[in-house]
Structure formats: structure tokens, C-alpha cells
Design a binder for this molecule. Structure first.
Ligand SMILES: Cc1cc2nc3c(=O)[nH]c(=O)nc-3n(C[C@H](O)[C@H](O)[C@H](O)COP(=O)(O)OP(=O)(O)OC[C@H]3O[C@@H](n4cnc5c(N)ncnc54)[C@H](O)[C@@H]3O)c2cc1C
Length: 316
């Protein structure tokens, strides 16, 4: 029996931290924070210089906190210490190294939240993954002349193409499955077998492989890509060389937009996720906050205030 959380928060930056702490202070019983990094606040850790001054009033944005969590100007280090103390005193379940891949909702059921290794259920989900996420890229060079044919999502895909999907997770499997009826699809994974697929994807991949609709190349890695007459020449580690119309990498990481699309979030004409004044999407109980719903970037106080608004409007 899977534990159903009152709220699962995805992304442990300022918005996510404020959301879990406020929710707990408000008396919400079961609160879980999932963060893909090995600690909270990856944007601050990775993009702020050491000893950077962190302004409360940042770039003229809202500088008044509306919720129960205060915030004062400090340094990168003092802000991270402050966030540590907020989380330490909150009695909150926190899983680090937990990159969420997808949020699904079926009528009448709680949300289902999937990471590479686990699944969680929740009545409310807050997505606060910021805007800095990027898909992982291969270690070898991608020749600039074929970048249009080397993709990290399905956006540019067409029909009747010879496509190579690279990766062994659910995203790779789902890309291969959605393309295989209208394209010639090969799924290539460097390990000998899939270990991270959910049961449905694993079964469907095996079925399509049996039908001949997906060519499986397991235990095989790629060492280089080259341009061959405008197509992608793939050099595999076993010496084999094959030409594809398109190659799609699904090797971890994702852009925030791709992630939100996968979760069924809609966007306005400016490319900002569509949410109402409660920061709620068209799906009841699915909220988005922080930098994601700002048009030109946000601030820590703005993220805190989104968290406060969301927590006030959770469906409990
Ligand atoms: C260089 C720089 C300087 C800045 N200086 C200031 C300042 O002085 N004052 C100020 O107020 N603001 C400042 N900002 C802006 C501020 O950092 C952001 O507005 C704030 O961090 C936004 O918070 P957030 O919670 O929305 O997202 P983020 O802080 O980006 O946090 C998102 C978190 O989600 C995690 N995540 C991403 N994808 C997933 C996933 N799929 N599953 C699980 N976890 C995931 C990330 O690892 C990250 O920890 C600055 C920004 C930058 C880049």
C-alpha cells in the first residue's frame, strides 16, 4: 500500500522549501519534498558566486514576505544556513537525489509522482523546479551542422524517419513507443538490460520489439556522431556505424518546459505556465510556483510568496 501524501513538493529551492515549511506550520500532516540534487537549493549553490550578497529586494521585485517565513538580505552562505535550519526544524520528509520524471492524475485518484527509482502518491502537488534545468548531453561532441537532427525531446519529430532513441529510463522508452508506429525506431541503451522502467513501459517495449516495431540495441554505447550528407552517422563502441535521420537523447535531466508539458500543464501565449491567482493549473490540486511562473525571472521573496499562496489553497 503506497503512502498518500497530503502534498508532494517537487524542487527544493526557495519556493519548495517555503512550501513544505509553511505547510507543516499550518498543520498539514504528510508533506514530502523531492529534490533532484544531493542537497536543497541547487540554483543558489551552482549559480551564485561564493560570498555573493543575496538581496531581499531583488531587481525591484516584491520585497515583502506574506507568509510565516521571514527573509532578510544576507550572503549565499547565510541564506543556505537559514534554509538548512528551516528544513531541520520542520519535521518534513525530504528525499534528495530524487529527480521527478512525471506527475500523472487519473480521475478520482490521487496524483502519481514518478522518480527514476520510486513512486509516490499525493492529493496535492507543487511544482517548483525553477528555470535552470537542462537535459543531460552526451560527453562526445555533437557536430554543429547536425544539431537540428539531434534532439532532447519529441518536438522536431516527424513521420517516416529512421530514429535512434538513446537512454534506458522511462522517458527513452516512452519516446520510442510514441514514435514507433510512424517511424523506424531503434532504442539504444548502454546497459545489458533495463533496470529503471516501470512495468507498463517494460512490457510495451518488449512487445514492440517482438513485433519488430522497435529495434532494441542493449549493452551498446555510442562513441561519436558525424554528419553524413546532412544525416546523423552514429559510431557505436562495437565498431558498427549506422546512419539515422534523427537521434533523440533521453539520458536524464530535462528542460522545465518539457517537464511541465509531460505533467499536462498548459502554457499561455508568452510561454509561461497557465495558473490562476492561487498558482493552480487547470488540473485541480496541481500547483506551480517560483521562477517557473514569472515571465522574466523571479526572486526569493516572490518564490516565498507563491509558496504561501499555494499552501493557503491546498485541497486537504
Ligand atoms: C546568479 C543569480 C543571482 C541571484 N540573486 C538573487 C538575489 O540576490 N536575491 C533574490 O531574491 N533572488 C536572486 N536570484 C533569483 C533567485 O535565485 C530565484 O528567483 C529563486 O532561486 C527561484 O526559486 P525557485 O524555488 O523557483 O527555483 P530554484 O531556486 O531554481 O530551485 C529549483 C530546485 O528544483 C530542483 N529540481 C529541478 N528539477 C527537478 C526535478 N525534476 N525533480 C526534483 N527537483 C528538481 C533543482 O535542483 C533546484 O534545487 C538570483 C538568481 C541567479 C541565477
Amino acid at each position: 500500500m503506497i503512502n498518500v501524501y497530503d502534498v508532494v513538493v517537487i524542487g527544493g529551492g526557495p519556493c519548495g522549501i517555503a512550501a513544505v515549511v509553511e505547510a507543516k506550520r499550518k498543520g498539514v500532516a504528510k508533506v514530502l519534498l523531492l529534490e533532484k540534487g544531493d542537497n536543497h537549493s541547487q540554483t543558489i549553490r551552482q549559480f551564485y558566486k561564493d560570498k555573493k550578497r543575496v538581496d531581499k529586494e531583488y531587481k525591484g521585485m516584491d520585497s515583502e514576505t506574506k507568509g510565516t517565513i521571514s527573509f532578510e538580505t544576507g550572503t549565499k552562505e547565510s541564506v543556505l544556513d537559514y534554509f538548512d535550519s528551516l528544513l531541520d526544524h520542520g519535521d518534513i520528509d525530504i528525499y534528495f537525489n530524487s529527480e521527478v520524471e512525471k506527475v500523472e492524475k487519473k480521475d478520482g485518484e490521487p496524483f502519481y509522482i514518478t522518480t527514476a527509482s520510486s513512486g509516490f502518491r499525493a492529493h496535492n502537488v507543487i511544482i517548483s523546479i525553477g528555470r535552470m534545468g537542462k537535459p543531460n548531453k552526451p560527453s562526445y561532441k555533437i557536430p554543429p551542422s547536425i544539431t537540428q537532427r539531434v534532439n532532447f525531446n519529441l518536438d522536431k519529430c516527424s513521420v517516416n524517419e529512421k530514429v535512434l532513441v538513446v537512454g534506458g529510463g522511462n522517458s527513452a522508452a516512452e519516446y520510442a513507443l510514441s514514435l514507433c508506429k510512424t517511424n523506424t525506431v531503434t532504442l539504444c541503451y548502454r546497459k545489458e538490460s533495463f533496470t529503471r522502467l516501470n512495468e507498463i513501459n517494460e512490457e510495451d517495449i518488449k512487445k514492440e520489439a517482438r513485433n519488430g516495431d522497435i529495434i532494441l540495441r542493449l549493452g551498446l554505447d555510442i562513441e561519436a556522431l558525424e554528419n553524413e550528407s546532412g544525416k546523423v552517422l552514429v559510431k557505436f563502441t562495437n565498431g558498427m556505424e549506422l546512419v539515422y535521420d534523427r537521434i533523440i537523447y533521453a539520458i536524464g535531466g530535462t528542460s522545465p518546459v518539457d517537464f511541465l508539458k509531460k505533467c499536462g500543464v498548459e502554457f499561455d501565449e508568452n510561454g509561461v505556465p497557465s495558473v490562476d491567482e492561487r498558482c493552480e493549473t487547470a488540473t485541480k490540486g496541481l500547483f506551480v510556483g517560483g521562477d517557473l511562473i514569472t515571465r522574466n525571472g523571479g526572486s526569493i521573496v516572490v518564490a516565498f510568496n507563491h509558496a504561501h499562496t499555494i499552501v493557503e489553497n491546498l485541497h486537504l
